[in-house]
Design a protein around this ligand. Sequence first.
Ligand SMILES: C[S@@+](CC[C@H](N)C(=O)[O-])C[C@H]1O[C@@H](n2cnc3c(N)ncnc32)[C@H](O)[C@@H]1O
Length: 269
Amino acid sequence: MTDRTAADGPTSQTGTAATTAAAEAEADARALIDELPDTLPRAEILAINSSKSDIHTHRTYTYNGWTFRLPPGVFRPGDTSRIIHDRLLDGTIPVEGRSYAAIGAGLGVEAVIAGVMGAREIYAADIHPDSVATATAHYGLIVGADRPGTVFRPLVSNLFEEFPSAARLDVITFNPPAVSTRTSDDPTVVRNVCVGTGIVTRFFDQITDRDLLAPDGVIHLVVSNTSELRDIVAYAVRAGFRPEITHRRTWAGDNCRAYLFALRHDHAA
Ligand SMILES: C[S@@+](CC[C@H](N)C(=O)[O-])C[C@H]1O[C@@H](n2cnc3c(N)ncnc32)[C@H](O)[C@@H]1O
């Protein structure tokens, strides 16, 4: 039989405090999910994505005075992309000295900014080999392949599948192709826009299964109500992450609402 002593007092109080913190975290997450809008009706999602796709052409894109050249198949950033790009550039999403992964790196804007801001290492990962090659070329041209203090790690990878098992990331960003409605039968459009909720649930599963996020690490995820917004955030909470809304964006002329979430390990989970 265990001899219980006075020392048990603080231990049980600690246990009570942990239980209270867990209940509060759960209530906060529930309130945040309840605040999120329903997914837009299919017709509205199709209208928002109705502009004729030029994805199979050569295009250019300028941002912060930098010119990016996009071969066919590489995503051209839109307003949702810039929610993350602008915050990397102004330091609201800090990467200096940190291990950073841009998932779905596309043409490489996130990687370039992270290089300029002095991240310690930068994974630029995309399932599309031409996107990884494009991101690598832009990184070399704008930042310089051998920037002192920064290791650039381009990776053709289905989410984190090709990441080394030792990878521990301080910052992860993702602008996922999570639109819930198939806006096109073109596989290139699907890869860039409308894979659906599954790509985000796999993203969270891989982070937890592979223990990829450093203890104080932060995931920055941008999602709109063209996706199953509530399901996505509820899944993240069940996977052990604590969500916070760090930015909201609306547009004149439609009902699209985009959210930037910061998600951290829920140590109370
Ligand atoms: C919406 S675009 C975002 C591109 C860029 N990050 C931006 O914000 O402009 C989505 C990107 O995810 C990539 N992607 C799609 N499925 C992927 C997967 N399973 N693993 C990694 N990248 C993926 C696409 O090739 C595309 O570059």
